[in-house]
Design a protein around this ligand. Structure first.
Ligand SMILES: [Zn+2]
Length: 286
């Protein structure tokens, strides 16, 4: 499943190839994603210039300007469980689950110029979405209640401490709650808690501010590191070869149940929490 680092890597990979280009054609081959692709999307988007690509949580936000009237709207893309965005050369065989194809023209003004790239949305399980948003996007129901970005200054010990008071939820569930902070997926929650020695089932409301300080720093470091590693796979987004964006990471606990703890050698324990694999060291994490 694409996590925040994969989405950020996608954003960084696409931006230099998409910004300043015009959408010359939109082909919707399957509109039945998690939410239906709006019927008017092709009409709305065709001819618009891609101004910039932002990210909010795991949503990619492509700001697109209408040439004639200057109106700016946003194509919001979520990769769901199995989605990806690839840039390929026009004429490349369309794969079975390439549901949307955006033809991007040259940076010249000529809309009839041959498209230089095709941006393809691929999603076998169709849990993702491609929606059209009006500004300001922050007010959209899917975005309005999201917590701060984990790499922003708003995500710190004070924020976590304040929000956690009175909460009996396990710290791991608290950390993965997008109202608390966006984009901390299962892998990263497992890894961050191990790094700071906090037991994943400990009550969020009983954790000290000092421990939250260490935890927020660990989340930041782990995510930043993963995004940096993703940089080496950026070419996958432009040549369409191979599977995009899922990079190998050095993991201390996730996927290592029963194997020895890298610190104390005791076999790691696994429990299910909200149906998600939760791996920890019962000796190092308290
Ligand atoms: Zn240990």
């Amino acid at each position: 499943m694409p996590e925040l680092p994969e989405v950020e890597t996608t954003r960084q990979g696409l931006a230099p190839h998409c910004i300043g280009r015009r959408v010359s054609e939109v082909a919707v081959h399957n509109a039945r994603l998690r939410w239906p692709v709006p019927e008017s999307l092709a009409d709305t988007l065709t001819g618009r210039l891609i101004q910039r690509i932002d990210r909010r949580g795991k949503y990619l936000l492509l700001y697109c300007e209408h040439e004639a009237n200057g109106h700016v709207g946003v194509l919001m893309v979520h990769l769901g469980m199995s989605g990806s965005l690839r840039l390929v050369e026009p004429g490349t065989d369309r794969k079975t689950h390439d549901h949307l194809v955006f033809s991007l023209s040259d940076r010249e003004d000529d809309l009839d110029a041959e498209p230089q790239w095709e941006l393809r949305y691929h999603d076998p399980r169709r849990f993702g979405c491609c929606l059209w948003l009006e500004l300001p996007v922050e007010q959209h129901p899917l975005l309005v209640s999201l917590g701060p970005e984990p790499l922003s200054e708003a995500f710190d010990d004070q924020h976590l401490f304040r929000l956690s008071r009175g909460k009996s939820a396990p710290i791991k569930s608290f950390l993965m709650d997008s109202h608390v902070v966006v984009g901390v997926g299962n892998i990263y929650a497992n890894e961050a808690l191990f790094r700071v020695g906090i037991h994943p089932l400990r009550e969020a409301g009983g954790i000290s501010q000092a421990r939250y300080k260490a935890l927020s720093a660990a989340v930041r470091e782990i995510l930043a590191q993963a995004i940096e590693r993703g940089g080496t796979t950026l070419r996958d987004f432009v040549n369409g070869k191979g599977e995009p964006g899922y990079f190998q990471q050095e993991l201390s606990v996730y996927g290592r149940a029963g194997e020895p703890c890298v610190r104390c050698n005791k076999p790691l324990t696994e429990v299910r929490l909200s149906a998600r694999s939760t791996v920890f060291c019962a000796r190092c994490q308290r």
